[in-house]
Design a protein around this ligand. Structure first.
Ligand code: TYM
Length: 329
């Protein structure tokens, strides 16, 4: 069976970008493939969370995965830091990851610009740890948003380099995947860029309806179209992109026509968008609240996930050690 793997960093609440960029098809995938879904808590250390914060966000991501319909009986749901084989593979892959290619990585350059006082080597080798996450289960398909495309390309390079170096056909070359469709970038509400946990422009799956209404009503717009079929500015395109993921096609057509004949009122568009987001997130939010207090269940899920994940991870690391030459006396 095809191996699918995806991860989410534990740096805060999950938002619509995470959901529509990566998670939307997880529920279907777990029926059809051998799925590994995990919480990337090592990756979140690049921003130096406090111990309480690290634990709380890790728990929150676990709860939110489950609330979105991930069934730990149908897939392997685990926490990265429970699998010691991942940092071991990370160490091994680091020996063949070159400074030049790591420094050229767009996400590294972005982070280095955004946090100039904390350009740590974990940030530089972030793509290597991500490659270790993927290759430890020899996954083939990796459902992610558009922002992760380059990381997947780097993973393929590391895999191919390992195979060439040891003259083996061991690691497959995984691809970023979105169920046969283009990878997506869900925009934020601030009129520019993608929705992100630390950008202050996100609608979270756990947000209360009133919070969602407030956030959406504050979204950036322009003064409105003045000539028919006017090209949309970025902030308006973004609202339509969000509308397309949560609303019906009739709603999208309705507001598109209103835009094109210059009769649109952005207030109406935002009200509709907010209600459609609320409709979409309400069942998820309700499950989040239920699951959050069920510590016994969460403990069972995380322990079982670690056990299941380690079976496959141990097999890979033993084979990799053998290939590299760490042989038994
Ligand atoms: P993270 O937590 O930043 O994002 C988790 C997933 O959500 C997607 N995503 C988006 N997609 C579309 N539009 C957006 N605005 C948006 N924001 C986030 C991301 O593309 C991602 O799929 N490095 C990964 C975590 C990770 C991982 C892995 C993923 C670590 N190891 C191995 C896959 C395989 C990340 O950026 O997480």
């Amino acid at each position: 069976m095809e191996i699918v793997l995806s991860g989410i960093r534990s740096t805060g609440n999950l938002h619509l970008g995470n959901y529509f960029g990566a998670m939307k098809n997880f529920v279907r995938m777990q029926e059809e493939s051998n799925c590994f879904f995990f919480i990337a808590d090592y990756h979140s250390l690049t921003t130096h969370p406090t111990p309480e914060n690290l634990f709380d966000t890790t728990k929150q991501v676990l709860v939110e995965y489950l609330a979105c319909g991930i069934d730990p009986e149908k897939c392997t749901l685990y926490r990265q830091s429970d699998i010691p084989e991942i940092p071991e593979l990370y160490l091994l892959l680091n020996m063949n990851a070159y400074m030049g290619e790591l420094e050229r990585c767009t996400t590294f350059k972005d982070k280095a610009r955004k946090q100039p006082n904390n350009v740590n080597s974990g940030l530089l080798t972030y793509p290597v740890l991500m490659a270790a996450d993927i290759l430890i289960h020899r996954a083939l398909k990796v459902p992610v948003g558009k922002d992760q495309e380059q990381h997947l390309e780097m993973t393929r390079n590391f895999a191919a380099r390992f195979n060439r170096m040891y003259n083996v056909d061991y690691f497959p070359e995984p691809t970023a995947y979105n169920f046969g469709q283009e990878l997506v970038k869900i925009p934020g509400l601030d009129g520019s860029g993608k929705m992100g946990k630390s950008e202050g422009n996100a609608v979270n799956l756990a947000d209360e309806p009133e919070v969602i209404r407030k956030k959406v009503m504050r979204a950036v717009t322009d003064a409105g179209p003045t000539v028919p079929n006017q090209e949309m500015v970025e902030s308006i395109k973004n609202l339509f992109t969000l509308l397309k993921v949560v609303s019906t096609s009739e709603t999208v057509t309705f507001f598109t026509e209103k835009y094109n004949d210059c009769s649109i009122r952005y207030g109406d568009l935002k009200k509709q968008l907010a209600e459609d987001i609320i409709n979409f997130t309400t069942p998820i939010r309700e499950r989040i609240i239920e699951l959050k207090s069920d510590n016994d269940y969460l403990r069972k899920v995380i322990n079982q996930g670690a056990e299941k994940s380690r079976v496959s991870a141990t097999k890979t690391i033993n084979e990799v050690r053998e290939i590299i030459g760490f042989r038994k006396f």
